[in-house]
Design a protein around this ligand. Structure first.
Ligand code: MN
Length: 527
C-alpha cells in the first residue's frame, strides 16, 4: 500500500506539467480517475489514461467492489489528460454542466494475461481487464462491450472480479467524499475552487476561481528592504514597514526563529485566503510588539497614525472609556498593516459592523483542561460532529494552533448572541452528557479539576475566537487552521501541527475547508 501511494504521488506531480502523449508512468502503470459528476443526471465517470487520453465511461450507478453487481457503463468521448484531477463546476448550459468531484484516483495496469498485454487492442475488442490501485477502488475490474449495441454511445458492462479486494454489498454512495479534498459534491457546488470550460482548448479549459495569489515579486521586494524597514508595495498599497529583522517568535527544535519580515510575508500571502473571515468585521488585535515570549496585550482602538485607506468602524454604543473606533480589515493590505503593528493574533468579531448584535457563526470552543488528552479532545469533537450531522447542520472544525479545537457553524442573519449562546450551550451539554468524565461545567479553572470545558460563552458581542489562519503567539509561529471532519482521523493531526512556514503548502494541496461555509445561511434547529 505504501509503495502504491508513493507511486500515486509521483504520478500526481506529473499532472502539473504537460507530458508526451502515451507516456506510461513508473512501474508500467497508468493513471485513472473516477469523478462523481452531477450533471442533468448523477453518474460516475470512470476514466483510464491510455495513449495520451482518458478513455471514459459514464457509470450511472457508480463502480462497486461488489463482485455480484454488474453496472451499466456507457462508453463516452475520450477526455483530455488535463481533466484527470479536475474538481469543480462546469458552467450550466455547457456540455456536462454541473459539479464534479475526484471521487477516486490512483493507478491501473492491464491484467497479467496474454489477451490483455496490449490494452488498446483489448479496448478495441471490447473486453478490457484492469487492476486498479486507488484509495477506494482496488483489485480486478472488467469492462465488456455488450453485443447488441446500436446507438452512438456503446453500452458496456463494468464488474469487479471475485478477488481479495471484493466486498459484497459495497455501495459507492456510502463513500461520497473527494479523495483529493474530502469535499462532497454539495460542498464543491457551494463554493467551487475551479471551473472547467469545455469549449476551450484542453490546456486552457481549467480556470481557478480562488483569490489570486500574491506575486513572488512582492515578497522579493520585502526581502530586499533593510532591517530597519522601508516602504513596501503590496496588494496595491504602499505600506511603511519597520524592524524587519526583529525576532517575533522563538524557534522550536533548533529551527530558526520567525522574524517580523517572515510574519509580514505570511500575512501578505495568507491575506486573500483569510480575508473572507475578517472583512466587514471589527478586529480585536492581540499585540506582542516585543515578540511572543514577552507579555502581549489587547489593542482595539484604531491608532491615529493608521493610514487613511484603512477602514474603520465607530461603535455607536461605546461608553466614553471604551474603544471608540475599530480597525476593519476590508482589503488584503490591511492584514499586512495589522501584522506590522505587532498584532500576532487576529480576532474578528462574530458579528459584522452593519449589524453588531447579529452573529453570523455559532461557535463551539472545545477547551482542553490540563488533564485532557488529545484523544479525549478528538472524542469531544467527533461527538459534536455526530450531533450536527443528526441535526442536518453544517459546521467545520478548526485547530487553534495551541491546544484546542473549535467548530464554526455558519448561520443566517437575524439571530442574536443570546440565541447562539443558548443553542451552543444546549448542544454542548447534550454532548457532555455522553462523556461526563471528560467535561466540567465549572466556571473556575481550579474547580474544573483538569477536565475540558465546552465553552459557549464566547457567543457574545465583542467576544471573539482567533481567526482562521491567524498565527498564535508561541514558538515557531503556529497557525489556527480549518480542517475537514475526516482529518480528525488523521494520526498526524495536532492542534499546533501547522505554522506560518507550512500552512501555505497545505492550502495548495487541499484548499481551505472553511471556504464551503462562506455564504451558507442556516437556521438553528430546535434542540
Ligand atoms: Mn460526466
Amino acid at each position: 500500500m505504501a509503495s502504491d501511494l508513493a507511486t500515486y504521488r509521483r504520478m500526481r506531480d506529473f499532472a502539473c506539467t504537460p507530458e508526451p502523449a502515451g507516456e506510461v508512468g513508473p512501474e508500467g502503470r497508468r493513471r485513472f480517475v473516477v469523478q462523481r459528476h452531477r450533471a442533468s443526471r448523477l453518474h460516475y465517470d470512470f476514466r483510464l489514461e491510455l495513449d495520451g487520453v482518458l478513455v471514459s465511461w459514464a457509470v450511472p450507478k457508480g463502480p462497486t467492489l461488489d463482485p455480484g453487481a454488474r453496472r451499466l457503463a456507457v462508453h463516452v468521448e475520450d477526455h483530455p489528460v488535463e481533466y484527470l484531477h479536475f474538481e469543480g463546476v462546469i458552467p450550466k448550459g455547457e456540455y456536462g454542466g454541473g459539479d464534479v468531484i475526484v471521487w477516486d484516483t490512483g493507478t491501473w495496469e492491464p491484467a497479467q494475461d496474454k489477451a490483455q498485454r496490449d490494452p488498446a487492442k483489448a479496448l478495441r475488442k471490447g473486453d478490457l481487464h484492469v487492476d486498479l490501485h486507488g484509495e477506494k477502488l482496488r483489485g480486478r475490474f472488467v469492462l465488456v462491450r455488450r453485443e447488441e449495441e446500436k446507438d452512438d454511445h456503446e453500452q458496456w458492462m463494468l464488474l469487479h472480479k471475485h478477488d481479495e479486494h471484493a466486498v459484497e454489498g459495497w455501495d459507492p454512495e456510502e463513500h461520497p467524499r473527494s479523495v483529493l479534498t474530502g469535499r462532497t459534491n454539495d460542498e464543491v457546488a457551494a463554493d467551487p475552487d475551479r471551473e472547467w470550460r469545455s469549449e476551450a482548448p484542453a490546456h486552457e479549459a481549467e480556470v481557478s476561481l480562488l483569490p489570486a495569489p500574491l506575486p513572488d515579486a512582492a515578497i522579493e521586494a520585502l526581502e530586499e528592504l533593510p532591517g530597519k524597514g522601508g516602504t513596501w508595495e503590496v496588494h496595491g498599497r504602499r505600506l511603511k514597514v519597520t524592524n524587519l529583522d526583529k525576532v517575533l517568535f522563538p524557534g522550536l527544535d533548533g529551527e530558526e526563529p520567525v522574524t517580523k519580515r517572515e510574519l509580514l510575508a505570511y500575512a501578505a500571502r495568507i491575506a486573500p485566503v483569510a480575508l473572507p473571515y475578517l472583512e466587514g468585521r471589527p478586529l480585536n488585535m492581540h499585540r506582542y510588539p516585543d515578540g511572543a515570549d514577552k507579555p502581549g496585550f489587547w489593542h482595539k482602538e484604531r491608532p491615529s497614525h493608521a493610514p487613511a485607506w484603512l477602514q474603520c468602524w465607530e461603535n455607536p454604543e461605546a461608553a466614553d472609556d471604551e474603544t471608540q473606533a475599530y480597525v476593519v480589515p476590508d482589503e488584503p493590505a490591511a492584514l499586512v498593516w495589522v501584522a506590522n503593528f505587532g498584532a500576532l493574533e487576529w480576532h474578528p468579531w462574530t458579528s459584522r459592523k452593519v449589524a453588531m448584535h447579529e452573529p453570523r457563526f455559532a461557535l463551539v470552543d472545545l477547551d482542553p483542561g490540563e488533564r485532557t488528552t488529545w484523544d479525549e479532545l478528538l472524542t469531544l469533537a467527533r461527538l459534536h460532529r455526530t450531533a450536527l450531522e443528526h441535526l442536518g447542520v453544517t459546521g467545520r472544525p478548526k485547530v487553534t494552533g495551541r491546544r484546542g479545537i473549535q467548530i464554526w457553524i455558519p448561520i443566517r442573519p437575524g439571530y442574536s448572541f443570546s440565541d447562539t449562546r443558548a443553542w451552543v450551550e444546549q448542544l454542548s451539554r447534550t454532548v457532555g452528557q455522553v462523556v461526563p468524565e471528560l467535561v466540567s461545567w465549572k466556571w473556575e479553572v481550579k474547580a474544573r479539576k483538569g477536565l475540558a470545558r465546552l465553552d459557549y460563552t464566547q457567543n457574545a458581542v465583542n467576544k471573539t475566537l482567533v481567526a482562521p489562519y491567524s498565527p498564535r503567539p508561541a514558538p515557531a509561529a503556529p497557525v489556527s487552521v480549518p480542517i475537514a471532519w475526516h482529518e480528525l482521523d488523521d494520526p498526524e493531526l495536532r492542534p499546533d501541527r501547522w505554522t506560518v512556514r507550512t500552512v501555505l503548502d497545505r492550502l495548495e494541496a487541499v484548499g481551505d475547508p472553511f471556504r464551503s461555509l462562506l455564504g451558507v445561511e442556516q437556521d438553528l434547529p430546535d434542540l
